[in-house]
Design a protein around this ligand. Structure first.
Ligand code: ATP
Ligand code: MG
Length: 177
């Protein structure tokens, strides 16, 4: 096989185990070491003040972290509003991907928006197929659709073996948020 040194990858972190977003942040951290520019757009904004939001500020020259999806959570009742927010977030993702500014763009929890049909999977797939060649794009979230897995170069499934939540340990600072 003719091996290439460089190719902008489509990376998918999926599965029911913990570590999808943290793995994306870890990749971002590694890239920041080379002064590469990274953008992470978050489709779901939780109720906590994420540690990564403050950490990103410490790398503000090179790391842009944008929490979108205000109020868009796992089981919201307002589908119309969530669809609108997800669409708006996707528009921003496209802009970031085409901007030429970044080495890596992370679409955090986009798989959830696809799963709920807030976004059209074919729109996302067709757009990603034509992404700038050198750019790496990371998509996170459970239940990555098969269409996205199909076009990806690197797919990792986080599999839950144990999670402290199951034994009654609540989310902890620095680990969960
Ligand atoms: P993290 O952000 O910690 O890397 P994740 O991105 O893999 O987690 P998500 O599906 O985005 O996981 O879930 C978000 C929240 O749910 C996180 O606080 C995470 O710790 C928690 N979580 C993830 N996997 C599990 C699990 N198997 N059981 C219970 N809670 C989980
Ligand atoms: Mg996550």
């Amino acid at each position: 096989m003719n091996k290439k040194n460089k190719k902008g990858l489509i990376i998918v972190n999926t599965g029911d185990g913990k570590g999808k977003t943290t793995a994306a942040l870890g990749t971002a951290f590694r890239a920041l070491g080379y002064d590469y520019k990274v953008c992470m757009v978050q489709f779901i904004k939780g109720s906590w003040n994420y540690g990564e939001l403050d950490a990103a500020k410490k790398f503000s020259d090179n790391f842009e972290l944008i929490p979108m999806g205000e109020g868009f959570t796992w089981n919201t009742k307002d589908k119309e509003r969530d669809t609108m927010v997800a669409q708006r977030t996707w528009e921003l993702c496209k802009e970031k991907i085409l901007s030429g500014k970044y080495k890596i763009v992370v679409l955090d929890e986009i798989n959830i928006a696809l799963r709920y049909n807030y976004l059209d999977v074919h729109d996302v797939m067709n757009f990603l197929k034509k992404k700038p060649q050198d750019l790496h794009v990371i998509l996170t979230g459970r239940n990555a659709p098969p269409e996205i897995i199909e076009i990806a170069d690197l797919v990792t499934e986080m599999k839950e073996i144990k999670h402290p939540f199951k034994s009654g340990v609540k989310a902890q600072k620095g680990i969960e948020y």
